[in-house]
Design a protein around this ligand. Structure first.
Ligand code: ADP
Ligand code: MG
Length: 568
């Protein structure tokens, strides 16, 4: 065949494909969720493109996904009349993985099925899940608005390569046929497929249709030789956008499934907040906190933000303008009545409504987190472990919500001397000693260095609690936070320490020590003059002979390291 070409999968794609087949074996049925999710995305994309060019609809505005089961042939076919793909798009979308950081991600995989399946879940399962149940997959597709002759057939056995050839396709959109493996033939069963669709795809707003044979009409039922009725396609799912339903009508399972659809995550979310707002701003938001950080949370070009709808019409994925960076882990949907249907990313950057929406959504997320912290400590601990470092960027980015964010922060402290960050500033303040008016902290490269810091000796001796900070972002956080509940945050390694409760006796002892050491201090000053600004006697040490401190106005040690690493 002249027009048939064989191409290799990109290395990462091939690896991911193999790993997926092996590690998600006990979770086979999710392939249907993934393929229907893609079909629904394709319909959303066409709906949006047709807003400005309705010729793309080719006269057919009835969007649907069809699922056909052929028990004899052992196949399942999922067809949509969405946007479709061109030849180049098929090669790119199904043959490569565009996400940056993929290679690094793959290196983390261990071969342990349980661990790997979780990691792959974080990565997103997607189209390749077809190969969990199929040993051959055929994708026949045609882009909306182009002639039937531009149809493309992609086929693969899920090994190293795939073929691609031209094949006419009269209807726009994509049709995916799975040739089921011997051990997965149970999916070539009408009832089985129906129940899986019901379970996973009720919330999908486009109808998912399957063939049904209608019962014979009553008056003909008794006639001999009645013609059997023709099967008709009927909707299996509810097909109303989930966020448009009222909270009381949506079950936790449905919220969970919808989350997986919008986030491309594999696990259930940790928490969500669903709100309809009327008045000056009119919008519905459904925001989720994932249970686990995505593998690319620290990548600059990771997908951020919410799925944006305007009056129930899908507009774009990853609309990052509606949430600040420090809440970049939030996933979900925003459906606005105030934005125009032809809004673009450029327009969003200037629209005043966007600022109002961003601050409204930020409040929603912070409130959701406050509630979680108050009502479910265990959940909040999970949240903090996954996303605490990101939330710590908050006080610098969002001054308006500084106090709210401060209440959500958790730290290690000398109170527990434990690496787990589980102490709030409020806890600290409640434990402050009489006369103590500052919140003390130490910053070091890692927890153990912080815990063993010589600066802490005097605090430990006096029973004064010190927060033990060692995340990269901590200096940055403290510089912007400055105070909590009217109490100044004080780095114990900075400038002079005025521990208020020095009594007369201690004062006398200190003055004597200063006098005794005058000669030594002078000598030190001349010997290490290039290295330090000042040498002075201190009472802050009990066991160590000396320590280094940073001037009140100088950069913190950690900031300095970051600047040095950046070549400054
Ligand atoms: P994701 O959905 O997370 O992007 P997938 O592996 O599920 O990843 O799909 C990869 C890409 O293939 C999609 O982003 C989309 O561009 C394309 N694609 C998959 N299924 C369809 C479809 N039914 N119609 C059009 N494009 C599709
Ligand atoms: Mg997908």
């Amino acid at each position: 065949d002249m027009n048939k070409e064989t191409l290799g999968f990109q290395t990462e794609a091939r690896q991911l494909l193999q790993l997926m087949i092996h590690s998600l074996y006990s979770n086979k049925e999710i392939f249907l969720r993934e393929l229907i999710s893609n079909a629904s995305d394709a319909v959303d994309k066409l709906r949006f493109a047709a807003l400005s060019d309705d010729a793309l609809l080719e006269g057919d505005g009835e969007y649907a996904v069809r699922v056909d089961v052929d028990t004899d042939a052992g196949t399942v076919t999922i067809s949509d009349n969405g946007i479709g793909m061109s030849r180049d798009e098929v090669i790119d979308n199904l043959g490569t993985i565009a996400k940056s950081g993929t290679a690094a991600f793959l290196e983390q995989l261990s071969g342990d099925q349980q661990k790997d399946s979780q990691l792959i879940g974080q990565f997103g399962v997607g189209f390749y899940s077809s190969f969990i149940v199929a040993d051959r997959v055929a994708v026949h597709t045609r882009k909306a608005g182009v002639p039937a002759s531009e149809g493309v057939l992609w086929e693969s056995r899920g090994e190293a390569e795939f073929t691609i050839e031209a094949q006419d396709k009269a209807e726009r959109g994509t049709s995916i046929t799975l040739f089921l493996r011997e051990d997965s033939k149970d999916f070539a069963d009408d009832w089985r497929v129906r129940s899986v669709i019901k379970k996973y795809s009720d919330h999908i707003s486009v109808p998912v249709l399957m063939k049904e044979t209608p019962p014979p009409a009553a008056e003909t039922a008794e006639e001999e030789n009645a013609e059997p009725a023709e099967p008709e396609y009927k909707s299996v799912n509810e097909a109303t956008a989930l966020w448009t339903r009222s909270r009381s009508e949506v079950t936790d399972e449905e919220y969970g499934e919808f989350y997986k659809h919008v986030s491309h995550d594999f696990e259930d979310p940790l928490s969500w907040s669903h709100n309809r707002v009327e008045g000056k701003l009119e919008y519905t938001s459904l925001l989720y906190i994932p249970a686990r950080a995505p593998f690319d949370m620290w990548n600059r070009d990771a997908n951020l933000g919410v799925k944006l709808y305007v009056q129930r019409t899908f507009i774009m994925d990853d609309a990052e303008q509606f949430l600040p960076m420090y809440l970049r882990f939030v996933k979900g949907v925003l459906d606005s009545n105030d934005l125009s249907l032809n809004v673009s990313r450029e327009i969003l950057q200037q629209d005043k409504t966007v600022d109002a929406l961003r601050s409204a959504l930020s409040k929603r997320v912070l409130d959701m987190l406050s509630k979680m912290a108050k009502n479910d400590a265990e959940k909040y601990a999970t949240f903090w472990k996954e996303f605490g470092q990101v939330l710590k960027e908050g006080p610098a980015e969002d001054m308006g919500n500084k106090d709210k964010i401060a209440e959500l922060l958790r730290f290690s402290s000398t109170h527990t001397d434990n690496e787990v960050q589980d102490q709030s500033l409020k806890d600290y303040v409640e434990r402050m000693q009489d006369g103590q008016d500052k919140i003390f902290y130490v910053v070091a490269e890692n927890f153990n260095t912080a815990k063993r810091s010589p600066q802490l000796e005097v605090f430990r001796k006096r029973g004064i609690e010190v927060l033990l900070l060692s995340d990269r972002v901590d200096d940055w956080l403290m510089n912007h936070l400055q105070e909590f509940d009217g109490k100044q945050l004080q780095d114990v390694a900075r400038g002079r320490l005025d521990l208020e409760d020095e009594n007369d006796e201690e004062k006398k002892a200190r003055e004597e020590a200063e006098k005794d050491s005058e000669g030594l201090v002078e000598r030190l000053k001349t010997v290490i003059a290039d290295a330090v600004e000042e040498v002075r006697v201190t009472t802050r040490l009990t066991n160590s002979p000396a320590c280094l401190v940073v001037g009140e106005q100088d950069m913190g040690a950690q900031m300095r390291r970051i600047m040095e690493a950046a070549g400054q």
